[in-house]
Design a protein around this ligand. Structure first.
Ligand SMILES: Cc1cc2nc3c(=O)[nH]c(=O)nc-3n(C[C@H](O)[C@H](O)[C@H](O)COP(=O)(O)O)c2cc1C
Length: 224
């Protein structure tokens, strides 16, 4: 499964079969996590066979069941931490999808299990990503129109690569499906991505920027 197919097939899944990750799947994820932590200066951790984070009333309120594996999205406190975790977290989400897993980003409906995590003094746990073998594959979310999230500052029409990037971004997960982001095309194939006000909107921005890169093709543009 390539990344574009993973983007089309991914939906948030909240109900899982209570079973361990296949060793080769956990190993592939750990390798990617190591690389992304080095690239981004992050401390993302894969926690496996740990039912407590999704065992309490918060998870029941959020309608989660069977979650025993999750990614803890941790990094050094900084202004761009949320966006970076969104960007690298979504790379892991799409890789997990391609490995046959399902996922769900979770900001609120879980309880932090500090004894299972390594969080430095200057670090912060921003959110988690539930993952595992889904009882279902999830459903497509309500999607905004391309026009409502695009701005064109050039005199010409929107190029195909830009439209493909926005289409891909619109398939991305965002907190409460808010899709509060905008992509602006400037002269010289420069693209600016911004977010509005909202819960976890900066994490969402990192997520949708990665989707845009996959859809548009990184070779076609540069970020402003
Ligand atoms: C940063 C972030 C935080 C989220 N937090 C929660 C949460 O606390 N509980 C929950 O059930 N879903 C949560 N979600 C999942 C969104 O509700 C979901 O991505 C959105 O409705 C779009 O649906 P889809 O992922 O199936 O495309 C979160 C998503 C993101 C990106």
């Amino acid at each position: 499964m390539d990344l574009k197919e993973a983007i089309r097939k991914r939906h948030s899944v909240r109900n899982y079969e209570e079973r361990s990750l296949a060793p080769e799947v956990a190993c592939a994820l750990r390798e990617s996590i190591k690389r992304y932590n080095e690239d981004g200066g992050l401390n993302i951790q894969l926690i496996t066979d740990e039912p407590a984070a999704f065992g309490g009333r918060w998870a029941r309120y959020g309608k989660f069941s069977g979650v025993t594996n999750y990614l803890a999205m941790i990094g050094k406190k900084s202004d761009d931490l949320d966006e970076k975790l969104g960007y690298y977290g979504e790379r892991l989400v799409l890789e997990a999808q391609a490995l046959g897993l399902n996922t769900c980003w979770v900001g609120l409906t879980y309880s932090k299990q500090a004894e299972h995590l390594t969080i430095g003094k200057d670090e912060k746990l921003v959110c988690v990503i539930a993952l595992g073998y889904g009882a279902t594959q999830g459903v497509t979310h309500r999607i905004k129109t391309i026009d409502s999230v695009s701005v064109n500052k050039t005199g010409g029409p929107l190029p195909e690569w830009f439209i493909a990037g926005v289409e891909s971004a619109l398939l991305a997960p965002t907190a409460i499906n808010q899709q509060k982001f905008k992509f602006t095309l400037h002269e010289g194939n420069k693209v600016e991505a911004t977010h509005g006000m909202g819960f976890y909107a900066a994490v969402d921005l990192g997520i949708v920027k990665y989707h845009f890169e996959v859809g548009a093709g990184s070779e076609n543009f540069s970020w402003l």
